[in-house]
Design a protein. Structure first.
Length: 134
């Protein structure tokens, strides 16, 4: 049975801001940028566990595009197929050693290059869409 995930524009039942500090605020801002970049993006919560009962926000369009997670000192945005994406602005700064995934670690006070991030999100969606056709 195919699940019908809600569009990201419709907030999930749990708040995305599990951290009431800069991390939660940043994660909310990143979520808004994902939706701006692709209004057709779907959001689901996956990988729920006792230490993270709200789960991990995942964003998909013809497959997983990215996830957003808060950690003690960073907010991590992981791109499922990031190694296949051009990153002309050099946003990827984490998980660079793998053959598939790439991530961006945002630290407190980091400036987010919103246009470059939205371009990266659109490129990830385009990659998923072209792969789905082939």
């Amino acid at each position: 049975m195919k699940k019908s995930p809600s569009k990201a524009a419709e907030s999930p039942s749990e708040p995305i801001e599990k951290s009431p500090d800069w991390r939660g605020e940043l994660l909310s801002r990143l979520r808004a940028l994902v939706v701006e970049a692709d209004p057709e993006m779907t959001e689901e919560r996956k990988w729920r566990k006792p230490s993270n009962p709200a789960g991990v926000p995942t964003f998909s369009h013809n497959g997983l595009v990215c996830t957003g997670e808060t950690y003690k000192n960073v907010v991590k945005m992981s791109f499922a197929r990031g190694a296949s994406l051009a990153d002309p602005s050099g946003l990827f700064n984490s998980s660079l050693e793998g053959n598939t995934r790439r991530a961006i670690d945002f630290h407190q006070g980091d400036k987010v290059d919103e246009e470059a991030l939205k371009a990266l999100i659109r490129a990830a969606v385009a990659l998923n869409t072209s792969s789905a056709r082939g």
